[in-house]
Structure formats: C-alpha cells, structure tokens
Design a protein around this ligand. Structure first.
Ligand SMILES: [Zn+2]
Ligand SMILES: [Zn+2]
Ligand SMILES: [Zn+2]
Ligand SMILES: [Zn+2]
Ligand SMILES: [Zn+2]
Ligand SMILES: [Zn+2]
Length: 814
C-alpha cells in the first residue's frame, strides 16, 4: 500500500515538475493524465494489444472528477483496479490473495517491480518487511515460551499434591492399626475375664452380682472392663421355689440320705439304721440318695450321660445346676430324670402332688396353677425324694384301691338290683307260661275258625242254589232280593239297592274312613290299620249310604227339631265348607249360616234350612257330591215358591187349620170323656196331639221362623235362666238341713297318732283320751239326726212289744 502510494507520489509530482515548477508544490498529490500514462509506459509488458495509451486515457477520464485534470490517490487506485481487471481478466488467486488484491499483486510483482525505477521501492519494501517479520517472530516466541511455562507449572503442582495425599494415608493407617490392636487386646482380656469371673443372680431380689473366685472379691456393679458386653450366661442360684432339699421323715431336721423302697420313705442314715434293726425291717435295703456333684448341697434330680462320658464320673446334678452347666452347650446333652418331673413345666423335680388333679407339680407350678378359682381348695401332699420307683408304687396302690372300690360298688349294685332281676326273671317265666297257655288257646281258636270257615263255605254252597233261581236274580236286580245267611257284608249292603246304583254306592262306601284316619290327634291302635270302606258303620247305615249316597264324615252329629245348627263330635270345619251339600238321614242340606248367628265352627255346622223331623242324636252325617243343574233349579224354584207371599199365606192357612183341628179334637175329647166313652176320647186326644205336631212342623217353613231359627241370643238367655233356676233349686235341696239349724260344736277333738296309725279323741275340757269315736251329745245333733234316733227308738220299742207278743203267744201255746 505504502509503496503504491509513494509510486503514485513519484509519478504525480514528477510529471508536473518538468513543465511547471511553481505548480509542482500545489499539485504534488495529484496525478495528471501524462503521469498516469508514463507510469504504465515505464512499466514493462503492460502496454500492448490489450491495453493501449488511448484505453488508459479513457480510464483516466472515467475516474477523474468532473472539471478536474488530475486524479486523487483514491481515484488512481480505482483506475488501477480497472486496468488490472482488463489486463488479468482470468486471474482470481495470487499468493494467498483473492480477487482485486490478487490482480493488484500480480501487476506489482510481475510488471512494476521489474522496472528499473522501482529498485528503491523494492528496497524500501524489503526493509519494511524485515522489520515486520522480526516483530512477529518475537511475538510468536513469547507465546510459545508462555505455553511451555504453564505446562511445567501444572506438572509440578500435581506432583506436590500426590506427595501430600500419600503422607496423609500413611498417618491414617497407623491410627487404624493402633485402634485395632487396642480392640483385639481388649477382647482377649474380656474373654479371659469372662472365663475367670462368675456372674450370679441373687435368688431373692433377682439382682446380678459378679464374683472373682480367685480373689474372692464380689462387686454389685458390672466391672467396667466388660464395657457393653457381659458374662453371657449368669449362674442362677436356687431360691425358695426351686430349692431341692429333703429332710428325713423321721427326725425332720437332718437332710435325707437314703431311701427305703419297702417303707416308701426317706431317712437320714442314723434314722434308717435306728428304724431298721428288728423284724422284717431288717431285710429292707438302703438306697443312697444322690447329691448334686456341682453344688454339693441339693439333691440330684437328673443324670447327664454326655457329661458322665466326658468327665469320667457319674454326673448327677440338681435342676438349677443342670441348667447352669448346660446353658452354653452347643449340642444338647442326653440326660435322664432321677426323680419324677413336674407335669406342668418339665423343668424341676416334682415336689407336690395335688390329690384332686392327681398330678405332680414343682413348687412354683403348684402355686401358680392353684392360685385362683376352685383349684384353691384342692387337697395336696408334699413329696419326698420322689423317684420313678416310688411313683410306680403309688400308682400300684392307687390301682389296687380303685379296683377294690369298683368291686365294692359292683357288689352293692348287685345287691341293690336283686329285686329288679328277680322281677325280670319272674316276667320271663310269666311270659313263657302265658305263651304256652296262649299257644294252646290259639290252636283251639284256629281250629274253631277253620270250622267256621268250612261251615260258611258249606252254607254258601247250599245257598248258591237259591241264588241261581231266576226269581232271586230278578229281585236282586231291583234290590229286593231276600237277605241270605251266607251273604258277605258287601253283598248284604249292595244287594239292597238296584243293580245300576251299585257302582255309585260302592264308590261312596269305599271313601269311608275311620275317624282316626281323618284326625292325627285321635288315638290310634298301632297294631291295627284303621278301618275303612265297608267296615265303617252298621249294616243299616251302610244300606242307607248305598241308597242315598254321600261320603261319610268322621264323628257323629246331633240336631234338634226346628234348629238349623248341627252339633258335631269332631271338628268338621276342615272337611266341610260353606255351600257344600250334606245329608242327615235321607235329607240333604246346604251348609250355610247366612243371616244368622250360626257359624261353621269346631263343634257346629250351620244349615241353610230348618230340621223339621224329630230330634236326631248320634247319627252319621254324609258329604254329598256337588249339586247338579237340576238340584240348583229345584232349589231356586223351591225358595222362590216358599218366599212368595201366596205360599206364605197358604202355609199360614195350614197352620190355622191344624191348630183349629187340634182345638176341636180337644173339646170333643173332653165331651166324650164326660159321657164316658174313654176309647174315643183317647183317640181324639191322640189326633189333637198329631195336629199340634203338624202345625208346629209347618211353622218351620214360614219366612219369619226361618229368619229367627239361627238367632241364638234369645234361646241362650232362656237357657241360662232355666239353668240358674235349676241350680238354685238344687242348692236349696242340698242346704235344706245345714242352713236351718245351728249345731253345737263337739267337745271331743279328733287327733291322729302317727306312730300307732290310729285315730283318737281328746276331750277339750277334761283332757280325757278315748280310742273309739264318742257318741254325739244332744246339742251337737241336727234335727234330722235327732229324728232318726227317735225313729230308731220307736222301732226298737215296737220290736220289743212284738217280741213280747210272740213270746206270750208261745207261752199261750205251751
Ligand atoms: Zn433322721
Ligand atoms: Zn424300710
Ligand atoms: Zn446343684
Ligand atoms: Zn451334660
Ligand atoms: Zn413345674
Ligand atoms: Zn389340683
């Protein structure tokens, strides 16, 4: 840039200097056209075919300012670019430069600097370049040195840190080793201490204490040496509940030392020898009681096989020591009981036997089990050194005792049951005897029956001849056949109705059932099936049923003349309902109590019509099949007719007629009786009674009577009053004597002697005792009694008089 500027100055000033020296100073920085052309003329290889002087001048004019004759540096540079563009049209790249700059460099390097005049500019350029390169090199050196310096610093820092960390780790390791060694040392010491020191549990308070058997020192607080750990298994000392010490049963002071299985007791040695000196006892064997090998003061209750094998002596221990010794064994030892264990805990030897539970307990379990409830009152006994042998002896005794008791009971039972057994045996004998008699009787009976059957058969055969007769058969067809002796029951009944009615009659009769078949509450003979069909009712009743039909209802009925209410012996309300048709004798009625007080109840069945005939008592009633169309129509007509006013008038007329007939007959009868014609009078009296009856019966058909027939209230009032009157009469009769007289109280008091089972009488005033009933005094008697006595007296007198007479008569004879 600088070089181009200086070249520009060279050619700007140089051109003008030659012509006008004065203007040179003024136009030093302006380039005229001559200078511009000169520059390119002096530059080699520029002007040629492509670029001519005229082209240069055109370019000059193009870039110069209007009205000026010269170019400024800026305009020169632009013109130069234009020239470059024309000269090196296809150059785009030249020594790291592009575009315009490349073309400019090419012009300067290859053309301008080849000119001779350009030497001082080349020199100036190279100097400037050297200075520039030196400055850049210094800069690069400083940058490189800085980089390497930093790298080295970083490496040094790293090395320093690593050293520090190593030192720290070493220190920590030393500290850890220290601690570990301390810990292990303490462990060893604690283990040693645990082996030597013993921790006891004070039995009374349960407080622990530690003891050193070597120094005999005891502390009540845990040695600080142990820290948080302790002796794992404390040694438990026996207390009141677990202590196992047994004293001699004889002296009660010494500890028991031996056991005698013959006496089943424990003794101290001195007592044993003292008691077993004479007689049979001399033969008794002395069995020593083992003591605990650990504590040496309690009785041994177990023997451990494993420990015995390990220690080479019989290892017998008490319960407490056994637990202490075997608290830390890894594999359970094999041990056995020397004594009977407690049934509750199986941990301690049995000390007590409960006689009510019949069980063995240690002291603690016994008091625990028997602390409340009914068990508080259980009886118990203290046990000695209770071995299995002793227990066996006890069980043997108990068994024997139980057997004895059982035998006694059996004997007593046998004794008490003797009369019952005798009774049973007697019954058996009676049964046998009666059976024998019954069999004889039965044979006779069977024989008789067979005879009867045979006779019946013979009779039947005989009478069959009669049956075969045409007359008989014709009569039989219409139901008029003569009843023969050999007729069966069914024949007796059915042959009384025409042949076409028989199936219907049989159909009805076959529905007959006994009362107990209808009602479950009635008594039933379990040995017999209830009667049915033809076996219900008498032959007459069956014949009637065959004639008029209907199913027989259970029980019997009764109905009064003029009533609508049937009284039944059994509850028919489940069998009969309103609207059903029932038959009494040969009259059919509908069951209906409408418009009356009558209801279908447990004992009554209301009828739609009034019963007009005589009173009926204990007759069967029959349930008829539902009424057909004809019966319905007939009923409608009948009631229509009956309720019509004309019919009622007619009925009224008939009643009036019969009553007047009655009156006339009565009057006539009276008149005839007066004359003396008693026969005719009686006849007329009978007629009048008949007329009265007819009048009464016709009255039942009147509308008024039908309405009132079922209203009970009126009748009931009357009944009640009649009954009351009767009752009054009866009372009066009964109390006739009692009410009339005041009878004085007897002075003899009746008493009963329970010892002698005798009645005796004591006098109230005198206290006299009599064993026969004293005679009543006069003021105690009623009038009737007095009368009776008087009458008796009279009779006695008369008898006496008669006796005298007879005696006198005889005397007369003699
Ligand atoms: Zn003793
Ligand atoms: Zn003995
Ligand atoms: Zn012990
Ligand atoms: Zn053991
Ligand atoms: Zn127990
Ligand atoms: Zn008990």
């Amino acid at each position: 840039e600088g070089e181009i500027q200086s070249i520009f100055l060279h050619y700007a000033g140089g051109g003008a200097a030659a012509a006008h020296k004065e203007d040179a100073a003024a136009h030093a920085d302006r380039m005229l056209v001559s200078g511009f052309v000169k520059f390119f003329k002096e530059t080699p290889n520029v002007l040629g075919r492509e670029m001519t002087v005229s082209d240069l001048e055109i370019m000059f004019t193009k870039y110069k300012t209007q009205g000026e004759k010269h170019l400024s540096y800026v305009q020169f540079a632009l013109a130069l670019d234009m020239v470059n563009a024309t000269l090196f049209e296809d150059v785009t790249k030249y020594e790291n430069a592009h575009g315009k700059r490349a073309r400019m460099l090419k012009l300067i390097n290859e053309h301008v600097f080849k000119a001779r005049w350009a030497k001082p500019y080349i020199k100036a350029l190279s100097e400037r370049t050297d200075v520039y390169v030196a400055r850049k090199a210094a800069w690069i050196q400083s940058v490189i040195r800085g980089f390497f310096g930093r790298v080295e610093y970083r490496i040094r820092l790293e090395i320093h840190r690593t050293e520090l960390a190593t030192q720290r780790r070493l220190a920590s390791a030393i500290r850890l080793q220290c601690a570990a060694r301390k810990y292990f040392a303490r462990c060893v010491v604690v283990t040693l201490a645990k082996k030597i020191l013993v921790k006891y549990i004070e039995p009374a308070s349960g407080e622990p204490y530690w003891s050193n058997p070597r120094t005999r020192r005891v502390v009540w607080t845990k040695p600080t040496l142990f820290g948080s750990s302790d002796i794992d298994i404390p040694t438990v000392l026996p207390h009141k509940g677990t202590e196992y010490l047994i004293s001699c049963v004889n002296c009660l002071t010494n500890t028991a030392q031996s056991i005698c299985y013959e006496c089943d007791d424990v003794f101290c040695n001195s007592c044993f020898s003292a008691l077993h000196t004479k007689g049979n006892r001399k033969k008794h064997t002395q069995n020593p009681i083992p003591h605990c090998v650990v504590c040496h003061y309690q009785m041994a209750s177990r023997v451990c096989g494993t420990c015995t094998a390990q220690k080479r002596f019989t290892f017998m221990t008490c319960d407490v020591c056994h637990k202490n010794v075997h608290a830390d064994v890894k594999r359970p030892h094999k041990w056995t009981w020397l004594t009977m264990p407690c049934v509750e805990c199986h941990e301690y030897a049995a000390r007590w036997r409960c006689l009510d539970c019949n069980d063995l307990y240690c002291t603690e379990c016994f008091s625990h089990v028997h602390s409340r409830g009914a068990k508080v009152h259980h009886e118990y006994e203290k046990l000695n050194y209770y071995t299995h042998t002793l227990h066996e002896h006890f069980m043997r005794d108990a068994r024997e005792e139980a057997r004895r008791k059982r035998d006694d009971e059996k004997l007593a039972q046998l004794r008490s049951s003797a009369p019952a057994v005798q009774h049973d045996k007697a019954l058996v004998l009676q049964r046998m005897y009666r059976g024998m008699l019954g069999r004889i009787e039965g044979k006779l009976y069977l024989k008789q029956e067979r005879h009867k059957i045979r006779n019946a058969w013979k009779l039947r055969q005989k009478e069959n001849l009669k049956r075969r007769r045409y007359v008989y058969q014709l009569r039989n067809m219409f139901g008029y056949a003569k009843m023969l002796e050999s007729d069966l029951l069914e024949e007796q009944v059915l042959q009384r109705v025409p042949i076409w009615k028989r199936p219907r009659a049989r159909y009805f009769i076959q529905q007959n059932l006994a009362d107990e078949a209808h009602f479950a509450h009635l008594e039933r003979d379990v040995k017999k099936t209830p009667r049915a069909h033809f076996r219900i009712g008498t032959v007459e009743q069956l014949i009637e049923q065959a004639r008029y039909g209907g199913v027989r209802l259970p029980g019997l009925i009764s109905i009064e003349e003029g009533s609508r209410e049937v009284h039944t012996t059994l509850d028919l309300s489940s069998l009969v309902k309103k609207g059903d048709r029932v038959r009494i004798k040969h009259w059919c009625f509908f069951v209906n109590g409408d418009g009356t007080d009558l209801v279908l109840g447990k004992e009554t069945v209301p009828l739609a019509r009034v019963w007009r005939l005589d009173n009926v008592k204990d007759e069967p009633m029959f349930l008829m099949p539902p009424s057909g169309l004809m019966i319905h129509l007939g009923r409608i007509f009948y009631y229509g007719f009956l309720n019509a006013q004309v019919a009622q008038l007619f009925i009224g007329g008939r009643i009036a007629f019969h009553s007047s007939c009655k009156d006339i007959s009565n009057v006539l009868a009276k008149a005839l009786r007066k004359i003396g014609n008693r026969k005719a009078a009686n006849y007329l009296k009978g007629r009048s009674k008949k007329h009265e009856k007819w009048a009464r019966r016709i009255k039942y058909g009147t509308g008024e009577y039908i309405k009132n027939a079922g209203v009970k209230a009126k009748e009931n009032v009357e009944e009640i009053s009649v009954e009351a009157m009767q009752a009054k009469k009866d009372d009066a009769k009964n109390n006739a004597y009692l009410d009339q007289e005041e009878v004085g109280k007897s002075k003899w008091e009746e008493k009963y002697d329970e010892e002698r089972c005798k009645t005796y009488w004591v006098h109230v005033d005198t206290g006299e005792v009599v064993f026969e009933k004293p005679a009543k005094e006069l003021d105690e008697m009623t009038q009737a009694e007095k009368d009776v006595i008087a009458a008796k007296k009279r009779i006695a007198q008369r008898k006496a008089v008669q006796g005298k007479k007879t005696v006198g008569g005889r005397k007369k004879k003699t």
